[in-house]
Ligand binder design. Structure first.
Ligand code: 8X3
Length: 252
């Protein structure tokens, strides 16, 4: 694949899986996350394994000024971004809507909605100008229906669906494509952050069921990105075989 792919939240989980998959297929990667060290390690690994060229862009996606400066300072050979993977996202806590911490929810809303929107707003005009581009948003099964303890997170992922659908409508007269991937149970550090660092509670989420991995979701993202140009994978709901909805799973 001869494309420049920008991935937010590339240092772990689904983002890291996407970095590996797209690198293995010959893409050039712009890797974003907060930690320079993790990005440098990943870029080094990708270079050794796949001879991938990576451009590291460390900033907190919530920092709009840093994002805009980083994008503006991309060297010319990296400017023509073909694929934007809006992956950075998180949830903190499993509190009820009338009991949770508003400051934590600000972080979740700012990351999952406002940063995704800002990256889209900053990257897509160049794609429109070039007549080429693909926006892949990592949504969630959580956006399809609210579940206990997930109110705010579910709301942010419902927003990702609306932003994806709205963007697809706005770009309907262009060659650009928009994909919303909605994963169910995927074992990453997602649950560790959800349970505020409690590894046992996080592990418990995936006990008795075979969860998906970041690499599995990366396969879906790559499939969408490598589909023929006339074909738009608009939305994909992908979950373990023993999961049926956001709340119904079969665990052994
Ligand atoms: C994460 C999947 O099942 O925790 O988006 O809502 S779930």
């Amino acid at each position: 694949m001869d494309k420049i792919v920008l991935i937010t939240g590339a240092s772990s989980g689904i983002g890291e899986g996407c970095a590996r998959k797209f690198a293995s297929q010959g893409a050039k990667l712009i890797l974003n996350a907060r930690s320079v060290d993790k990005l440098e390690m990943l870029a080094k690994e990708l270079k050794e394994k796949y001879a991938t060229e990576s451009y590291i862009m460390p900033f907190d996606v919530r920092d709009r000024k840093a994002a805009s400066e980083a994008l503006a300072s991309l060297p010319d050979e990296w400017k023509a971004i073909d694929v934007l993977i809006n992956n950075a996202g998180l949830v903190i806590g499993v509190d009820k809507e009338h009991e949770g911490n508003l400051d934590e929810w600000d972080i979740v809303i700012d990351t999952n909605i406002k940063s995704l929107l800002a990256m889209t707003r900053m990257v897509v005009p160049g794609m429109v100008e070039r007549g080429r581009g693909h926006i892949i948003n990592i949504g969630s099964i959580a956006g399809d229906a609210a579940y206990p303890g997930g109110s705010v997170y579910c709301a942010t992922k419902a927003a990702v669906k609306a932003l994806s659908d709205g963007l697809r409508i706005d770009l309907v007269d262009t060659p650009l494509r928009v994909t919303n991937i909605k994963p169910g149970l995927v074992e990453t550090n997602f649950s560790v952050i959800r349970f505020r660092g409690d590894k046992d509670k996080a592990d418990n989420v995936y006990k008795g069921i075979r969860p998906l991995t970041g690499d599995d979701i990366a396969e879906v993202a790559y499939f969408a990105a490598s589909a023929p140009e006339y074909m738009q994978i608009a939305e994909v709901l992908v979950m373990p075989t023993n999961q049926a909805t956001g709340t119904i799973t079969y665990k052994k």
